[in-house]
Design a protein around this ligand. Sequence first.
Ligand code: AMP
Ligand code: ZN
Length: 115
Amino acid sequence: MENCIFCMIAGHELDARVIYEDDTVLAFDDITPQAPVHTLVIPKTHFDNMSADVPVDVLTALFSAVPKVAALKGVDQSGYRVIVNSGRDASQSVAHLHVHILGGGAMSHGMVHFE
Ligand code: AMP
Ligand code: ZN
């Protein structure tokens, strides 16, 4: 998709700190980390968000990559949080489906903060 920064990263047209890649997904560190470990996993093909009729094989690849990326980042034993912001009310800011992996320190239990 044109003008989509994550499509550009997936196509290696825009630099990113790539952690993991296979035929279907790419993982790279978030440019504005909100935790000591903050890595994003994206499908290489464009889907706006979780509600964009994402094929099950893409969802499988996306979520299968999560524990691999967690291990590569060294947080598989300590634990990590997995977040997908999907759509307006979730404040999704990049309209290309992505999974956040956050870790590297103990987090509070709450995960929902309304404006
Ligand atoms: P969200 O708010 O869930 O849409 O998350 C989008 C995330 O993408 C934010 O955490 C941004 O810091 C991150 N981000 C935006 N541009 C880039 C980029 N060029 N490389 C890596 N991460 C990015
Ligand atoms: Zn895209």
